[in-house]
Design a protein around this ligand. Structure first.
Ligand SMILES: [Zn+2]
Length: 311
């Protein structure tokens, strides 16, 4: 049943154009000296892709936790706020990103935006996009990532606009969007941590309230049930990335209560969520499986669209 009529042909064409543009940036980037050295081969490499998207997922759910536990007022919807907090934490995590672009951070953001693009394809193919949901559409989340990244350094990321990955109408104000979002992050960091951003946007410790707010985030791995989940479990345990992300968050945040992250093998859908009634978040093994699958899909999709074949 159609709840809303929608011009899907136009959207397909837009997405096709976008992916073809992306692939042309990818192929031209290495040849051009003035471009930031994109290395999408790394962005789409399975382990890196999974880690990047898992990190974004954790930061997004944690943003919900911080908003709820600290009674943070939100304008414009909590899902969008959670996305922006997660993205800004990623962009601002690396100091070089302020003046320069760290290719590794860029690849991370490329892996995250790529995931949104693939989810959008999937939504259109197998189900129908849900317009009434609290989450923005996957394709809107793709543009959100791209705009904030571009806005962080428009001069160095000029290729995103030039190659029309980001339409000029949106790109125009992305630097202002970035500035406003960064100011909001600075306000939030001041509110929920012992740190503040200084004038040159370095995080500096300005007080010590850890004793009064000793909450920590810890992970509980629920025993995987299938062979596939056992593999995911072994892989996730083998790299330190998850532990590093949690260590960084625990250092930064003051929490009034402990938060438990459950790695969950029994889910109805590949998903992750925050449960404010129990102060825990859940990440499904199936979501990791989805990331793994999509890491393999993206290069093929780009190639297929580049060669002009239709799906
Ligand atoms: Zn959310």
């Amino acid at each position: 049943m159609h709840f809303l009529s929608f011009n899907t042909t136009r959207l397909t064409l837009t997405l096709t154009f976008l992916l073809v543009s992306l692939s042309s940036v990818i192929s031209s980037a290495s040849a051009s000296q003035d471009n930031v050295p994109f290395n999408p081969a790394r962005a789409f490499q399975k382990e890196f892709y999974v880690q990047s998207n898992l990190e974004f997922t954790l930061l997004h759910e944690l943003a919900h936790a911080v908003i709820e536990l600290n009674d943070i007022p939100v304008l414009g919807g909590q899902e969008q706020a959670a996305d922006q907090i997660a993205l800004m934490l990623l962009i601002m995590a690396d100091n070089t990103n302020k003046k320069d672009i760290n290719p590794d951070v860029l690849n991370k953001l490329l892996a995250i935006s790529g995931e949104w693009m693939l989810e959008w394809q999937e939504e259109k193919r197998h189900s129908k996009p849900v317009y009434w949901d609290t989450h923005p559409l996957a394709i809107q989340r793709f543009y959100e990532v791209t705009c904030l990244v571009y806005g962080s350094n428009p001069d160095q990321l000029e290729s995103l606009r030039r190659e029309k990955i980001l339409p000029v109408e949106r790109a125009w104000d992305c630097d202002i969007e970035f500035e406003k979002t960064r100011e909001a992050l600075a306000w939030l960091v001041k509110k929920v941590s012992d740190f503040e951003f200084n004038e040159s946007w370095d995080l500096v410790k300005v007080r010590d309230n850890k004793d009064q707010l000793p909450g920590r985030i810890k992970v509980v791995w629920i025993e995987p049930s299938t062979q596939e989940q056992k593999q995911i479990y072994a892989q996730l345990k083998s790299f330190n990335h998850l532990a590093d992300v949690l260590k960084r968050i625990n250092n930064l945040l003051n929490l009034k209560t402990d938060i438990t992250v459950y790695m969950e093998p029994f889910c109805r859908a590949p998903d992750a969520w925050w449960d404010g009634t129990k102060n825990n978040m859940t990440v499904c093994y199936d979501l990791i499986k989805e990331f793994e699958k999509n890491s393999l899909l993206l290069p093929d999709l780009v190639k297929k669209l580049k060669s002009g074949s239709k799906d």
